[in-house]
Ligand binder design. Structure first.
Ligand code: SF4
Length: 343
């Protein structure tokens, strides 16, 4: 929903600006599915808005629901026929988290990620990003799911900071109380670690959470798992994070997908401890350990027992670390599993 387009329609028809408020309240407050439902609008305006300012610029192809109902994944077709996936998770009874995509495919090619294997197709627009949230809000209403979308994470397909302008606009629209009204502290952006992007993000959105896909704390190993590390090695990432903390002082999440025999050894845990300590403010980093969700790559997940051992080693060294509950793997909607069949 691009309010700017609706505003133009209203202006072109010579109608007063309060009509835009009526549209805004109905679309964002009540998540209506069509302009026909907004009975306070004149018929002529409803018809013109339907023609020129569609509420959603994407249409569901398929929605999968996990057996326990706590994870849902939707394949959404964009106007040019490309498809992206988005996920809705219920990590706790009072929380619904929408995980949104920012690109069709991704150029960064992390070895454990199905999206990376698609290659880059195109950037999403701000509207295509925020419409994924609007789609879930309407889905929840239709399905009688209570609570609304409380959190949004930019952890779907694509690298958010490589599509900065659209991501920045979508963040502004998401936290705008007159639009989606999601609290800035309930929004997180995850990056593979582009230093300039991190610094720009810190300056523009100091209240929004940052997550970094780390997955290894030694350059040689990280370059194998996350090829972006060759362009932006750990020392550069560390400098960007130090500058980030200088501006934001919000806690940074370090994501670490555990891969059996690859990055889950004692020496890997020790390298991670050393990396966080070098950053100077270890209390502001939280390591989020993820049990790897198998994709086509020939990588195996670490067992839960080994993952606990890895976590204990971090905790013993004074780091904050949690083992993330994995939701959505049964519908291929968990971390690293998003991919679109049609490009
Ligand atoms: S993990 Fe993120 S940055 Fe890496 S290939 Fe997948 S979508 Fe791209």
């Amino acid at each position: 929903m691009d309010l700017r387009r609706a505003a133009k329609v209203i202006k072109d028809l010579g109608l007063p600006p309060y009509r835009l408020d009526q549209v805004r309240r109905a679309v964002f407050g009540h998540a209506v599915s069509s302009y026909e439902e907004i009975s306070v609008l004149p018929m002529e305006l409803r018809a013109e808005l339907t023609r020129s300012a569609a509420i959603l610029c994407l249409a569901p192809r398929e929605v999968l629901v996990s057996p326990d109902g706590r994870a849902r994944k939707a394949a959404l077709a964009l106007l040019d026929g490309k498809v992206v996936e988005t996920v809705l998770l219920r990590p706790s009874p009072r929380r619904w988290t929408a995980c949104v995509s920012t690109q069709v495919g991704c150029a960064f090619g992390c070895v454990f990620c199905a999206t990376g294997r698609m290659g880059f197709v195109r950037d999403l627009t701000a509207e295509e990003i925020t419409d994924q949230v609007l789609f879930w809000r309407r889905h929840m209403l239709r399905e009688g799911l209570e609570g609304g979308v409380s959190n949004v994470v930019y952890m779907g397909m694509g690298e958010p900071l490589a599509n900065y302008a659209a991501v920045a606009q979508s963040l502004k629209d998401l936290i705008d109380p007159r639009q989606h009204g999601i609290g800035a502290r309930h929004v997180s952006v995850s990056t593979v670690g582009i230093p300039q992007g991190i610094e720009r993000f810190a300056a523009d959105f100091p209240q929004i959470n940052l997550a970094v896909s780390l997955h290894a704390a030694e350059d040689e190993l990280r370059s194998r798992l996350v090829p972006a590390n060759r362009a932006f090695p750990l020392a550069e990432l560390a400098r960007a994070l130090e500058r980030y903390l200088g501006i934001s002082s919000r806690k940074v999440l370090l994501e670490y997908a555990l891969l059996a025999g690859v990055n889950d050894r004692a020496r890997d845990a020790d390298a991670l401890v050393a990396f966080v300590r070098r950053l100077g403010r270890p209390e502001l980093f939280h390591v989020n350990l993820i049990l790897y969700n198998p994709t086509e790559a020939s990588l195996r997940p670490t067992s839960e027992l080994e993952a606990r051992r890895f976590q204990d080693r971090l905790l013993a060294a004074g780091l904050k670390a949690t083992l993330r509950q994995s939701l959505g793997a049964d519908i291929r909607g968990a971390c690293g599993q998003l991919v679109s069949e049609r490009r």
